[in-house]
Design a protein. Sequence first.
Length: 96
Amino acid sequence: MSDASPDRDRAYWRANLRLLLSLLAVWALCGFGLSIFFVEPLNEVKMGGFPLGFWFAQQGSIYVFIVLTLIYAIAMDRIEARHRAERDASSDRGDA
């Protein structure tokens, strides 16, 4: 057994963590940035009769979280399929 398997495992977790951290950064920007830190400038814009900062604090960050969850699920399916294909290809060659 070669040490390609631990390298593949590390690559899988590196891709997983990179995706997770980038999605968490977007959520933090929307959850904290748009609904707390930048609420005053956003409140000058109205959305459905409500200030945009209020909307982000009450609804927007929830919608962003749902969209990010869907993005995570789709992206992880792709990452897992790619790593599964690499594993299967290496096992066909007899590397694993």
